[in-house]
Ligand binder design. Structure first.
Ligand code: ADP
Length: 533
Protein backbone atom coordinates (compact mmCIF):
# COMPACT_ATOMS: atom_id res chain seq x y z
CA UNK A 1 0.00 0.00 0.00
CA UNK A 2 1.55 3.39 -0.97
CA UNK A 3 2.15 5.97 1.73
CA UNK A 4 1.37 9.30 0.16
CA UNK A 5 1.24 12.86 1.31
CA UNK A 6 -0.15 15.38 -1.17
CA UNK A 7 0.26 12.89 -4.02
CA UNK A 8 3.92 12.44 -3.15
CA UNK A 9 5.02 8.85 -2.59
CA UNK A 10 7.01 8.61 0.61
CA UNK A 11 7.07 4.84 1.17
CA UNK A 12 5.22 1.55 0.87
CA UNK A 13 3.43 -0.24 3.66
CA UNK A 14 3.89 -3.97 3.41
CA UNK A 15 1.91 -6.28 5.71
CA UNK A 16 1.96 -10.07 5.56
CA UNK A 17 -0.03 -12.64 7.55
CA UNK A 18 0.47 -16.34 6.81
CA UNK A 19 -1.38 -17.71 9.85
CA UNK A 20 -4.88 -16.89 8.89
CA UNK A 21 -6.85 -16.07 5.76
CA UNK A 22 -8.62 -12.83 5.07
CA UNK A 23 -6.64 -11.01 7.69
CA UNK A 24 -6.84 -7.76 5.73
CA UNK A 25 -10.54 -6.93 5.64
CA UNK A 26 -11.64 -3.94 3.61
CA UNK A 27 -12.57 -2.10 6.85
CA UNK A 28 -9.05 -2.54 8.18
CA UNK A 29 -7.56 -1.52 4.84
CA UNK A 30 -9.76 1.56 4.97
CA UNK A 31 -8.33 2.53 8.41
CA UNK A 32 -4.80 1.99 7.13
CA UNK A 33 -5.64 4.10 4.11
CA UNK A 34 -6.78 6.89 6.42
CA UNK A 35 -3.57 6.63 8.42
CA UNK A 36 -1.35 6.44 5.34
CA UNK A 37 -1.00 10.21 4.82
CA UNK A 38 -0.25 10.68 8.57
CA UNK A 39 2.44 8.01 8.35
CA UNK A 40 3.85 9.70 5.24
CA UNK A 41 4.06 13.03 7.11
CA UNK A 42 5.83 11.35 10.05
CA UNK A 43 8.33 9.75 7.72
CA UNK A 44 9.01 13.03 5.96
CA UNK A 45 9.43 14.81 9.29
CA UNK A 46 11.83 12.27 10.61
CA UNK A 47 13.90 12.46 7.40
CA UNK A 48 13.98 16.23 7.77
CA UNK A 49 14.88 15.95 11.41
CA UNK A 50 17.71 13.63 10.53
CA UNK A 51 19.01 16.03 7.96
CA UNK A 52 18.67 18.87 10.45
CA UNK A 53 20.68 17.01 13.02
CA UNK A 54 23.36 16.41 10.49
CA UNK A 55 23.38 20.09 9.53
CA UNK A 56 23.62 21.12 13.20
CA UNK A 57 26.55 18.76 13.65
CA UNK A 58 28.26 20.15 10.55
CA UNK A 59 27.68 23.76 11.64
CA UNK A 60 28.95 22.98 15.14
CA UNK A 61 32.09 21.59 13.55
CA UNK A 62 32.46 24.69 11.42
CA UNK A 63 31.94 26.97 14.42
CA UNK A 64 34.49 25.08 16.44
CA UNK A 65 36.96 25.52 13.64
CA UNK A 66 36.13 29.20 13.37
CA UNK A 67 36.78 29.57 17.11
CA UNK A 68 40.15 27.87 16.68
CA UNK A 69 41.01 30.18 13.76
CA UNK A 70 39.86 33.25 15.68
CA UNK A 71 41.81 32.22 18.75
CA UNK A 72 44.87 31.81 16.60
CA UNK A 73 44.31 35.23 15.03
CA UNK A 74 43.82 36.79 18.47
CA UNK A 75 46.97 35.14 19.66
CA UNK A 76 49.00 36.44 16.75
CA UNK A 77 47.43 39.90 17.14
CA UNK A 78 48.51 39.82 20.78
CA UNK A 79 52.01 38.81 19.80
CA UNK A 80 52.07 41.53 17.13
CA UNK A 81 50.83 44.11 19.63
CA UNK A 82 53.44 43.02 22.11
CA UNK A 83 56.05 43.35 19.38
CA UNK A 84 54.73 46.83 18.60
CA UNK A 85 54.97 47.88 22.25
CA UNK A 86 58.48 46.50 22.51
CA UNK A 87 59.42 48.21 19.27
CA UNK A 88 58.02 51.52 20.47
CA UNK A 89 59.75 51.22 23.82
CA UNK A 90 63.05 50.46 22.09
CA UNK A 91 62.60 53.15 19.48
CA UNK A 92 61.74 55.64 22.16
CA UNK A 93 64.87 54.66 24.04
CA UNK A 94 67.03 54.93 20.95
CA UNK A 95 65.67 58.35 20.04
CA UNK A 96 65.75 59.70 23.55
CA UNK A 97 69.40 58.85 24.05
CA UNK A 98 70.78 61.37 21.52
CA UNK A 99 68.04 63.83 22.45
CA UNK A 100 69.18 63.61 26.04
CA UNK A 101 72.57 64.93 25.00
CA UNK A 102 71.11 67.65 22.78
CA UNK A 103 68.58 68.96 25.28
CA UNK A 104 70.97 68.48 28.17
CA UNK A 105 73.55 70.76 26.60
CA UNK A 106 71.05 73.36 25.46
CA UNK A 107 69.82 73.55 29.05
CA UNK A 108 73.38 73.94 30.31
CA UNK A 109 74.14 76.61 27.70
CA UNK A 110 70.91 78.50 28.39
CA UNK A 111 72.01 78.86 32.03
CA UNK A 112 75.38 80.26 31.04
CA UNK A 113 75.16 84.06 31.37
CA UNK A 114 78.62 84.56 29.96
CA UNK A 115 77.76 83.15 26.54
CA UNK A 116 78.11 85.50 23.56
CA UNK A 117 74.77 87.14 22.86
CA UNK A 118 74.66 86.04 19.23
CA UNK A 119 74.63 82.39 20.34
CA UNK A 120 71.40 82.73 22.28
CA UNK A 121 69.16 82.50 19.25
CA UNK A 122 70.73 79.42 17.64
CA UNK A 123 70.79 77.65 21.01
CA UNK A 124 67.13 78.49 21.51
CA UNK A 125 66.36 77.11 18.06
CA UNK A 126 68.26 73.87 18.76
CA UNK A 127 66.44 73.57 22.06
CA UNK A 128 63.03 74.19 20.52
CA UNK A 129 63.63 71.72 17.68
CA UNK A 130 64.78 69.12 20.18
CA UNK A 131 61.68 69.72 22.26
CA UNK A 132 59.56 69.37 19.12
CA UNK A 133 61.16 66.06 18.29
CA UNK A 134 60.61 64.92 21.84
CA UNK A 135 56.95 65.93 21.60
CA UNK A 136 56.50 63.79 18.50
CA UNK A 137 58.16 60.79 20.15
CA UNK A 138 55.90 61.31 23.14
CA UNK A 139 52.82 61.54 20.89
CA UNK A 140 53.55 58.19 19.31
CA UNK A 141 54.20 56.64 22.70
CA UNK A 142 51.04 58.18 24.13
CA UNK A 143 48.94 56.72 21.40
CA UNK A 144 50.37 53.27 21.85
CA UNK A 145 49.90 53.55 25.60
CA UNK A 146 46.27 54.51 25.10
CA UNK A 147 45.79 51.65 22.65
CA UNK A 148 47.33 49.21 25.10
CA UNK A 149 45.03 50.59 27.84
CA UNK A 150 48.08 51.67 29.78
CA UNK A 151 47.23 55.35 29.98
CA UNK A 152 45.97 56.40 33.38
CA UNK A 153 44.65 59.68 34.69
CA UNK A 154 46.89 61.36 37.21
CA UNK A 155 44.95 63.74 39.41
CA UNK A 156 46.46 66.71 41.15
CA UNK A 157 45.42 70.05 42.60
CA UNK A 158 45.93 73.15 40.49
CA UNK A 159 44.86 76.76 40.38
CA UNK A 160 42.61 76.89 37.31
CA UNK A 161 42.97 80.58 36.30
CA UNK A 162 46.78 80.44 36.52
CA UNK A 163 46.80 77.19 34.60
CA UNK A 164 44.68 78.72 31.83
CA UNK A 165 46.54 82.02 31.52
CA UNK A 166 49.83 80.14 31.26
CA UNK A 167 48.41 78.17 28.32
CA UNK A 168 47.27 81.39 26.67
CA UNK A 169 50.68 83.01 27.16
CA UNK A 170 52.42 79.98 25.71
CA UNK A 171 50.20 80.09 22.62
CA UNK A 172 50.53 83.84 22.23
CA UNK A 173 54.25 83.55 21.60
CA UNK A 174 53.63 81.28 18.62
CA UNK A 175 50.67 83.32 17.36
CA UNK A 176 52.62 86.58 17.44
CA UNK A 177 55.22 85.10 15.10
CA UNK A 178 52.39 84.61 12.57
CA UNK A 179 50.85 88.00 13.18
CA UNK A 180 47.61 86.68 14.65
CA UNK A 181 46.21 87.27 18.09
CA UNK A 182 45.00 84.91 20.77
CA UNK A 183 42.02 86.34 22.63
CA UNK A 184 41.24 84.86 26.04
CA UNK A 185 37.68 85.10 27.32
CA UNK A 186 36.96 83.79 30.80
CA UNK A 187 34.41 84.73 33.44
CA UNK A 188 35.84 86.98 36.18
CA UNK A 189 34.56 84.69 38.92
CA UNK A 190 36.64 81.77 37.70
CA UNK A 191 38.84 81.62 40.79
CA UNK A 192 39.12 78.03 41.82
CA UNK A 193 41.75 75.56 42.80
CA UNK A 194 40.51 72.28 41.42
CA UNK A 195 41.37 68.61 41.29
CA UNK A 196 41.87 67.20 37.82
CA UNK A 197 44.34 65.69 35.42
CA UNK A 198 46.34 68.86 34.84
CA UNK A 199 48.93 67.30 32.55
CA UNK A 200 46.45 65.76 30.15
CA UNK A 201 44.12 68.74 30.26
CA UNK A 202 47.07 70.91 29.27
CA UNK A 203 47.86 68.52 26.46
CA UNK A 204 44.33 68.73 25.02
CA UNK A 205 43.97 72.53 25.27
CA UNK A 206 47.47 73.20 23.93
CA UNK A 207 46.82 70.89 21.02
CA UNK A 208 43.60 72.71 20.14
CA UNK A 209 45.27 76.11 20.47
CA UNK A 210 48.31 75.10 18.48
CA UNK A 211 46.14 73.63 15.69
CA UNK A 212 44.04 76.79 15.61
CA UNK A 213 47.18 78.91 15.23
CA UNK A 214 48.74 76.53 12.73
CA UNK A 215 45.71 76.48 10.42
CA UNK A 216 44.94 80.21 10.63
CA UNK A 217 46.70 82.71 8.40
CA UNK A 218 44.96 85.87 9.53
CA UNK A 219 42.49 87.05 12.11
CA UNK A 220 42.37 85.64 15.58
CA UNK A 221 42.05 82.61 17.76
CA UNK A 222 39.55 82.92 20.59
CA UNK A 223 39.98 80.73 23.66
CA UNK A 224 36.71 80.83 25.54
CA UNK A 225 36.19 79.31 28.97
CA UNK A 226 32.62 79.12 30.22
CA UNK A 227 31.21 77.95 33.53
CA UNK A 228 28.19 75.77 32.80
CA UNK A 229 27.34 74.76 36.36
CA UNK A 230 28.95 75.54 39.66
CA UNK A 231 28.28 74.81 43.31
CA UNK A 232 30.51 74.65 46.37
CA UNK A 233 32.25 71.47 45.31
CA UNK A 234 31.74 70.93 41.63
CA UNK A 235 32.41 72.81 38.50
CA UNK A 236 31.17 71.97 35.02
CA UNK A 237 33.19 73.91 32.55
CA UNK A 238 33.36 74.29 28.79
CA UNK A 239 36.61 74.96 26.95
CA UNK A 240 36.31 76.27 23.41
CA UNK A 241 38.88 77.21 20.80
CA UNK A 242 37.61 79.15 17.82
CA UNK A 243 39.73 80.22 14.84
CA UNK A 244 39.29 82.24 11.67
CA UNK A 245 41.39 79.84 9.64
CA UNK A 246 41.03 77.63 6.59
CA UNK A 247 38.31 75.36 7.98
CA UNK A 248 37.65 71.69 7.23
CA UNK A 249 35.21 70.20 4.70
CA UNK A 250 32.23 68.76 6.54
CA UNK A 251 32.55 65.25 5.02
CA UNK A 252 35.99 64.90 6.54
CA UNK A 253 35.30 66.43 9.92
CA UNK A 254 34.94 63.03 11.57
CA UNK A 255 38.18 61.79 10.04
CA UNK A 256 40.43 64.36 11.72
CA UNK A 257 40.02 62.49 15.01
CA UNK A 258 41.48 59.31 13.52
CA UNK A 259 45.20 58.62 14.06
CA UNK A 260 47.51 59.84 11.28
CA UNK A 261 44.65 61.51 9.39
CA UNK A 262 45.27 64.97 8.05
CA UNK A 263 43.09 66.96 5.68
CA UNK A 264 43.57 70.18 3.75
CA UNK A 265 46.76 71.99 2.83
CA UNK A 266 49.73 69.63 2.37
CA UNK A 267 52.32 72.24 3.31
CA UNK A 268 50.71 72.95 6.67
CA UNK A 269 50.18 69.23 7.30
CA UNK A 270 53.93 68.68 7.11
CA UNK A 271 54.24 70.45 10.46
CA UNK A 272 52.39 67.67 12.27
CA UNK A 273 51.85 63.97 12.58
CA UNK A 274 48.07 63.76 12.52
CA UNK A 275 48.14 62.31 16.03
CA UNK A 276 47.24 65.33 18.15
CA UNK A 277 43.47 65.16 17.86
CA UNK A 278 43.36 61.36 18.04
CA UNK A 279 45.26 61.50 21.34
CA UNK A 280 43.25 64.47 22.61
CA UNK A 281 39.98 62.70 21.88
CA UNK A 282 41.11 59.57 23.70
CA UNK A 283 42.30 61.62 26.66
CA UNK A 284 38.98 63.48 26.69
CA UNK A 285 37.19 60.11 26.79
CA UNK A 286 39.39 59.04 29.72
CA UNK A 287 38.23 62.18 31.52
CA UNK A 288 34.61 61.39 30.70
CA UNK A 289 34.35 64.06 28.04
CA UNK A 290 34.09 64.27 24.26
CA UNK A 291 35.86 66.60 21.85
CA UNK A 292 33.50 68.20 19.35
CA UNK A 293 34.17 70.18 16.21
CA UNK A 294 32.31 72.45 13.84
CA UNK A 295 33.85 74.02 10.77
CA UNK A 296 33.15 76.04 7.65
CA UNK A 297 35.68 76.01 4.83
CA UNK A 298 37.29 79.43 4.41
CA UNK A 299 35.73 80.80 7.58
CA UNK A 300 37.20 78.84 10.46
CA UNK A 301 36.71 76.04 12.94
CA UNK A 302 35.51 75.66 16.50
CA UNK A 303 36.56 72.84 18.82
CA UNK A 304 35.13 72.37 22.30
CA UNK A 305 34.68 69.96 25.19
CA UNK A 306 33.05 70.00 28.60
CA UNK A 307 34.61 68.81 31.82
CA UNK A 308 33.58 68.15 35.41
CA UNK A 309 36.13 69.24 37.99
CA UNK A 310 36.12 69.04 41.77
CA UNK A 311 36.66 72.39 43.53
CA UNK A 312 38.82 72.31 46.62
CA UNK A 313 39.19 76.03 47.24
CA UNK A 314 38.22 79.37 45.79
CA UNK A 315 40.12 82.65 45.52
CA UNK A 316 43.41 81.03 46.27
CA UNK A 317 46.54 82.43 44.74
CA UNK A 318 48.98 79.75 43.69
CA UNK A 319 52.17 79.31 45.62
CA UNK A 320 54.96 81.13 43.84
CA UNK A 321 57.77 78.75 43.03
CA UNK A 322 61.42 79.61 43.49
CA UNK A 323 62.73 80.89 40.18
CA UNK A 324 66.24 81.78 41.24
CA UNK A 325 68.97 79.69 39.72
CA UNK A 326 70.65 77.06 41.87
CA UNK A 327 74.43 77.56 41.94
CA UNK A 328 75.58 75.11 44.58
CA UNK A 329 74.71 73.46 47.89
CA UNK A 330 75.81 73.72 51.47
CA UNK A 331 77.57 71.03 53.47
CA UNK A 332 79.99 68.34 52.45
CA UNK A 333 80.66 67.34 48.85
CA UNK A 334 78.48 64.55 47.56
CA UNK A 335 79.82 61.81 45.33
CA UNK A 336 77.58 60.94 42.38
CA UNK A 337 78.29 57.77 40.43
CA UNK A 338 77.07 57.89 36.83
CA UNK A 339 76.62 54.47 35.21
CA UNK A 340 75.83 54.71 31.52
CA UNK A 341 77.36 53.11 28.44
CA UNK A 342 76.77 56.24 26.37
CA UNK A 343 79.59 58.75 26.64
CA UNK A 344 77.42 61.73 25.63
CA UNK A 345 74.88 60.95 28.31
CA UNK A 346 77.58 60.70 30.96
CA UNK A 347 79.11 63.98 29.80
CA UNK A 348 75.77 65.84 29.96
CA UNK A 349 75.07 64.69 33.50
CA UNK A 350 78.62 65.52 34.48
CA UNK A 351 78.41 69.01 33.01
CA UNK A 352 75.12 69.58 34.78
CA UNK A 353 76.42 68.49 38.17
CA UNK A 354 80.11 69.44 38.33
CA UNK A 355 79.50 73.21 38.35
CA UNK A 356 77.22 72.80 41.34
CA UNK A 357 79.98 71.21 43.36
CA UNK A 358 79.21 67.50 43.13
CA UNK A 359 82.01 65.01 42.78
CA UNK A 360 81.49 62.72 39.84
CA UNK A 361 82.66 59.23 39.05
CA UNK A 362 81.72 57.10 36.06
CA UNK A 363 81.28 53.53 34.88
CA UNK A 364 80.27 52.15 31.51
CA UNK A 365 78.18 49.14 32.56
CA UNK A 366 77.00 47.20 35.58
CA UNK A 367 80.11 45.05 35.87
CA UNK A 368 82.45 48.03 35.52
CA UNK A 369 80.42 49.83 38.18
CA UNK A 370 80.64 46.95 40.65
CA UNK A 371 84.40 46.89 40.28
CA UNK A 372 84.66 50.63 40.93
CA UNK A 373 82.14 50.91 43.77
CA UNK A 374 84.52 50.71 46.70
CA UNK A 375 86.98 53.05 45.04
CA UNK A 376 84.37 55.78 44.57
CA UNK A 377 82.16 55.33 47.66
CA UNK A 378 79.17 57.05 46.05
CA UNK A 379 76.36 58.78 47.94
CA UNK A 380 74.03 58.41 45.01
CA UNK A 381 74.02 56.44 41.77
CA UNK A 382 72.49 57.59 38.48
CA UNK A 383 71.87 54.30 36.71
CA UNK A 384 71.11 53.76 33.03
CA UNK A 385 69.11 50.57 32.58
CA UNK A 386 69.85 49.36 29.09
CA UNK A 387 73.55 48.71 28.76
CA UNK A 388 75.46 46.04 26.89
CA UNK A 389 77.18 43.18 28.77
CA UNK A 390 75.74 43.84 32.20
CA UNK A 391 72.72 46.09 32.45
CA UNK A 392 71.12 48.16 35.20
CA UNK A 393 69.04 45.27 36.51
CA UNK A 394 72.10 43.02 36.78
CA UNK A 395 73.83 45.75 38.71
CA UNK A 396 70.86 46.20 41.06
CA UNK A 397 70.65 42.46 41.74
CA UNK A 398 74.29 42.30 42.69
CA UNK A 399 74.20 45.52 44.68
CA UNK A 400 71.45 44.10 46.85
CA UNK A 401 73.71 41.20 47.81
CA UNK A 402 76.15 43.67 49.35
CA UNK A 403 74.85 45.05 52.66
CA UNK A 404 77.55 47.75 52.90
CA UNK A 405 75.85 49.61 50.02
CA UNK A 406 72.37 49.44 51.47
CA UNK A 407 72.25 53.19 52.17
CA UNK A 408 73.35 54.39 48.77
CA UNK A 409 70.47 55.92 46.80
CA UNK A 410 69.97 54.58 43.28
CA UNK A 411 68.12 56.65 40.70
CA UNK A 412 67.26 54.98 37.40
CA UNK A 413 67.76 57.19 34.35
CA UNK A 414 66.04 55.64 31.41
CA UNK A 415 64.75 56.48 27.98
CA UNK A 416 61.94 54.01 28.38
CA UNK A 417 58.78 55.68 29.56
CA UNK A 418 56.37 52.75 29.71
CA UNK A 419 54.77 52.71 33.12
CA UNK A 420 55.24 48.99 33.59
CA UNK A 421 58.98 49.32 33.39
CA UNK A 422 58.94 52.16 35.92
CA UNK A 423 57.14 49.87 38.34
CA UNK A 424 59.58 47.08 37.60
CA UNK A 425 62.47 49.45 38.21
CA UNK A 426 61.18 50.50 41.61
CA UNK A 427 60.48 46.88 42.47
CA UNK A 428 64.04 46.02 41.39
CA UNK A 429 65.37 48.27 44.13
CA UNK A 430 65.75 51.75 42.63
CA UNK A 431 64.67 54.62 44.84
CA UNK A 432 63.47 56.85 42.06
CA UNK A 433 63.14 57.23 38.34
CA UNK A 434 64.20 59.97 35.91
CA UNK A 435 63.30 59.77 32.26
CA UNK A 436 65.55 60.83 29.42
CA UNK A 437 65.94 63.50 28.23
CA UNK A 438 66.85 64.53 31.74
CA UNK A 439 65.35 67.83 32.76
CA UNK A 440 67.85 69.75 34.85
CA UNK A 441 65.30 71.00 37.37
CA UNK A 442 63.79 67.54 37.81
CA UNK A 443 67.25 66.09 38.31
CA UNK A 444 68.12 68.69 40.96
CA UNK A 445 64.78 68.21 42.64
CA UNK A 446 65.41 64.47 42.79
CA UNK A 447 68.94 64.91 44.18
CA UNK A 448 67.65 67.36 46.77
CA UNK A 449 65.06 64.86 48.00
CA UNK A 450 67.40 61.91 48.19
CA UNK A 451 70.50 63.64 49.49
CA UNK A 452 68.63 66.16 51.68
CA UNK A 453 70.57 69.02 50.10
CA UNK A 454 70.31 72.65 51.03
CA UNK A 455 70.71 74.67 47.84
CA UNK A 456 72.62 77.89 47.40
CA UNK A 457 70.78 80.17 45.01
CA UNK A 458 72.04 82.80 42.62
CA UNK A 459 71.44 86.19 44.14
CA UNK A 460 69.54 88.34 41.69
CA UNK A 461 69.93 91.49 43.77
CA UNK A 462 73.66 91.05 43.26
CA UNK A 463 74.40 91.29 46.95
CA UNK A 464 76.66 88.70 48.44
CA UNK A 465 75.22 85.18 48.18
CA UNK A 466 78.58 83.48 48.02
CA UNK A 467 81.37 82.79 50.40
CA UNK A 468 84.47 84.87 49.75
CA UNK A 469 87.84 83.10 49.69
CA UNK A 470 90.36 84.23 52.30
CA UNK A 471 91.97 87.69 51.69
CA UNK A 472 95.35 86.29 50.63
CA UNK A 473 93.72 84.30 47.86
CA UNK A 474 91.67 87.29 46.79
CA UNK A 475 94.85 89.34 46.59
CA UNK A 476 96.48 86.79 44.26
CA UNK A 477 93.41 86.74 42.09
CA UNK A 478 93.34 90.53 41.93
CA UNK A 479 96.95 90.60 40.83
CA UNK A 480 96.36 88.04 38.08
CA UNK A 481 93.36 90.05 36.94
CA UNK A 482 95.47 93.18 36.77
CA UNK A 483 97.85 91.30 34.49
CA UNK A 484 94.90 90.05 32.40
CA UNK A 485 96.41 86.60 32.76
CA UNK A 486 93.46 84.40 31.85
CA UNK A 487 95.22 81.01 31.93
CA UNK A 488 96.64 81.58 35.38
CA UNK A 489 93.31 82.86 36.62
CA UNK A 490 91.61 79.72 35.36
CA UNK A 491 94.22 77.45 36.97
CA UNK A 492 93.92 79.36 40.19
CA UNK A 493 90.14 79.04 40.16
CA UNK A 494 90.40 75.28 39.60
CA UNK A 495 92.71 75.02 42.57
CA UNK A 496 90.30 77.03 44.64
CA UNK A 497 87.41 74.84 43.59
CA UNK A 498 89.33 71.70 44.55
CA UNK A 499 90.10 73.24 47.90
CA UNK A 500 86.52 73.89 48.87
CA UNK A 501 83.41 73.59 46.76
CA UNK A 502 81.73 76.30 48.78
CA UNK A 503 83.71 78.76 46.67
CA UNK A 504 81.98 77.61 43.51
CA UNK A 505 79.39 80.45 43.50
CA UNK A 506 82.25 82.92 43.89
CA UNK A 507 84.21 81.20 41.12
CA UNK A 508 81.23 81.39 38.73
CA UNK A 509 81.05 85.14 39.35
CA UNK A 510 84.74 85.54 38.51
CA UNK A 511 84.35 83.39 35.41
CA UNK A 512 81.53 85.61 34.20
CA UNK A 513 84.11 88.42 33.96
CA UNK A 514 87.01 86.43 32.58
CA UNK A 515 85.03 84.76 29.81
CA UNK A 516 84.30 88.22 28.44
CA UNK A 517 87.85 89.42 29.12
CA UNK A 518 86.58 92.14 31.47
CA UNK A 519 89.65 92.23 33.68
CA UNK A 520 89.30 95.83 34.75
CA UNK A 521 85.75 95.26 35.88
CA UNK A 522 86.94 92.13 37.66
CA UNK A 523 89.54 94.10 39.63
CA UNK A 524 86.91 96.71 40.53
CA UNK A 525 84.50 94.01 41.57
CA UNK A 526 87.08 92.23 43.77
CA UNK A 527 87.83 95.58 45.39
CA UNK A 528 84.14 96.22 46.02
CA UNK A 529 83.79 92.78 47.60
CA UNK A 530 86.77 93.19 49.91
CA UNK A 531 85.71 96.67 51.01
CA UNK A 532 82.16 95.41 51.55
CA UNK A 533 83.51 92.54 53.62
P1 ADP B 1 48.36 67.48 13.17
O1 ADP B 1 47.99 68.86 13.61
O2 ADP B 1 49.63 66.99 13.80
O3 ADP B 1 48.32 67.29 11.71
P2 ADP B 1 45.91 66.71 14.51
O4 ADP B 1 45.41 65.35 14.87
O5 ADP B 1 46.04 67.69 15.60
O6 ADP B 1 47.29 66.47 13.78
O7 ADP B 1 44.97 67.28 13.40
C1 ADP B 1 44.59 66.46 12.32
C2 ADP B 1 44.18 67.27 11.13
O8 ADP B 1 42.96 67.96 11.41
C3 ADP B 1 45.16 68.36 10.75
O9 ADP B 1 46.21 67.87 9.96
C4 ADP B 1 44.24 69.29 9.96
O10 ADP B 1 44.07 68.80 8.66
C5 ADP B 1 42.91 69.18 10.70
N1 ADP B 1 42.74 70.29 11.67
C6 ADP B 1 42.89 70.21 13.02
N2 ADP B 1 42.63 71.40 13.60
C7 ADP B 1 42.30 72.25 12.61
C8 ADP B 1 41.92 73.65 12.57
N3 ADP B 1 41.82 74.38 13.68
N4 ADP B 1 41.65 74.19 11.37
C9 ADP B 1 41.73 73.44 10.24
N5 ADP B 1 42.10 72.14 10.21
C10 ADP B 1 42.37 71.54 11.37
Amino acid sequence: MPLKNQAQLTGILYLENNLTTAAFTSDRLEVLNLLSSQIAIFIENSILYNQLEQKVAERTDELEQEVVVRKRAEESAKVANQAKSTFLANMSHELRTPLNAILGYTQILKRDHTLMAQLNKPIDTIHRSGEHLLMMINDILDLSKIEANKMQLSLSEFHLPTFLTTLVEMSQIRAQLKGISVVYQAPPDLQSTVVGDEIHLRQIVLNLLSNAIKFTQQGQVVFKVEILEIDKQNLKIRFQVEDSGMGIVSERLEEIFWPFHQVGDQRVQAQGTGLGLAISQKLAHLMGSELQAQSTVGQGSTFWFELDLVIIATNLEPVKTETRQIIGFRGRKNQIFIIDDNLDNREVLKDMLLPLGFEISEAINGQDALEKLSEFQPDLILLDLLMPKSDGFDFLRQLQQMPIWKDVRVIAVSGDSFKKTQEEILAAGCHDFLSKPVHLETLLDCLQRHLKLEWIYEDKSDTQAFILPPPEKLAVLRELAEMSNITDIQDYLHEMEALDHQFIPFISKVEAFTKQYQFESLVAWIDSQTSAG
